[in-house]
Unconditional design. Structure first.
Length: 246
């Protein structure tokens, strides 16, 4: 009889762990998901990000703003949160900021989190694979629908020295939609003369939570739309230089 009780307890623990493991909820991946590079990403023709703050640049540097994700097509985003902190899930929802609403911009990426306790915790929204950007990135921007909490938003990148780091977009102390600019500082090494390559790898988003702004009685919601990067698309190679492609 004791053995049967022991087996029942183990089975209950196994089921509980599987339920809690739902903190990593993956949105469906489109069958024609784009490759992990920026070669075919659409260019945003007019965007004030080109004049936003970021790493110091020369006066004649021309920046191009590229659309990384408008969250219209599922890309396999994954929500991750510590098991003892809460559970979170991702869902594509209809809607968009009024400033960028169009016939083709109809959905956003929604994130719902249920907290188990009040603590200075964190969570991340990660791509299923890194996105390699082989140009010098000066600035990221994203539209965020906040809920007036002192939670801090970050963009996660990996530089040319293979260092992973978070770039801060500041506290999300606003209600409703706001365009958040995230400058790429000089601490991000985007130059590698040995590999003859520049740029960085985009990994995902990160949120650091303020314990005083956490409640365990109701879910916390946040939404993302129109994620772009402003970058220098020009090459430093002279027109008459030889190309190392043979």
């Amino acid at each position: 009889m004791k053995n049967k009780k022991y087996i029942i307890v183990l089975l209950a623990l196994f089921i509980t762990n599987n339920v809690l493991a739902q903190d990593a909820v993956q949105a469906p991946i489109a069958p024609d998901a784009p490759p992990a590079d920026t070669g075919n990403l659409p260019v945003v023709e007019t965007d004030p990000d080109a004049e936003s703050i970021g790493s110091p640049r020369v006066a004649d540097e021309e920046l191009t703003t590229v659309l990384i994700d408008d969250f219209e097509v599922p890309q396999g985003w994954i929500a991750n949160i510590p098991l003892d902190f809460g559970i979170s899930k991702i869902l594509y929802r209809e809607g968009s900021p009024q400033e960028i609403a169009t016939d083709v911009n109809k959905t956003v990426l929604g994130l719902k989190t249920i907290f188990f306790r009040r603590n200075f915790g964190w969570m991340s929204v990660d791509r299923p694979y890194p996105l390699s950007i082989r140009n010098i990135v000066r600035n990221f921007s994203i539209w965020i629908a906040g809920r007036n909490r002192r939670n801090v938003f970050f963009v996660k990148v990996r530089d040319m020295s293979y260092n992973k780091m978070r770039l801060s977009g500041g506290e999300m102390r606003f209600q409703g939609w706001k365009k958040v600019n995230v400058p790429v500082t000089d601490s991000v090494d985007q130059f590698n003369h040995l590999r003859n390559s520049n740029g960085l790898d985009f990994l995902g988003f990160h949120m650091s939570f303020n314990a005083e702004d956490i409640t365990t009685t109701e879910p916390y919601y946040i939404y993302f739309d129109q994620f772009t990067a402003s970058m220098n698309m020009t090459t430093t190679q002279a027109d008459d230089d030889m190309t190392d492609d043979w």
